[in-house]
Design a protein around this ligand. Sequence first.
Ligand SMILES: [Zn+2]
Length: 259
Amino acid sequence: MQKKLIGIERGWWIVSLENRVWLPQGDLPLGTAESWSLQGLVAYVIGEWLGEVVWLVRHKMASDMYSPRRIAEQDPQLFQLVGRGVQLAEFYRSHRYCGYCGHEMQQTEHEWACLCHHCDERYYPQIAPCIIVGIRREDHILLAQHQRHRNGIHTVLAGFVEVGETLEETVHREVMEESGIKIRNLRYVTSQPWPFPHSLMMGFLADYESGDIEHDPVELISADWYRYDDLPLIPGPDTIARRLIEETVALCRQSCRQY
Ligand SMILES: [Zn+2]
């Protein structure tokens, strides 16, 4: 699984460290290891893209190290692979020593894990489950502006799953905490890995049940109902938030036709 590069290896190169990825001239490099001067570095195969092997090299280049967000804007599937590479690089960097006994750990050969030979503990990459939900009230959708992203974008509600909680419980709790309303008819839609730094977004749709909006000022700047044909600035395409908004808008349109 792990290989010291001699130069003839070919494929896409995810060179990553500290949540950054190497994008010379703005793109993910393709070609032989030699053509990008990667000989001598250690690499792992982590996937395939357009018929070529995808390699991960845990290394920091002197320049052109960027956030994987740059790839998200180019191609959603490639973004998923780059996200995997960036998260694995970060996992290995943060698991050099065993949390139980403090001894140095080894990477395992046949899976993405670290093993402590002293106490036999095995560690896997951490994934933080996160729910995101589009809420409809007749022909309106609930959209909020987040304190953490002051960019004018209005989006659906989201939050992290807590220890010992089901996904459904998380959705009901987050919606109540952030907006003060009750929802019903919760449906799972889709998921999206989100490597900032290691989330897995799980998208739902729901209907309004009761209550008046009272937004949580710590998390949100505002939260309000917006008619489906008069929306403020919303997230860009290829995000799970955008898909949930579009599906809610489609349901709003249907509900209008019924009246
Ligand atoms: Zn140990």
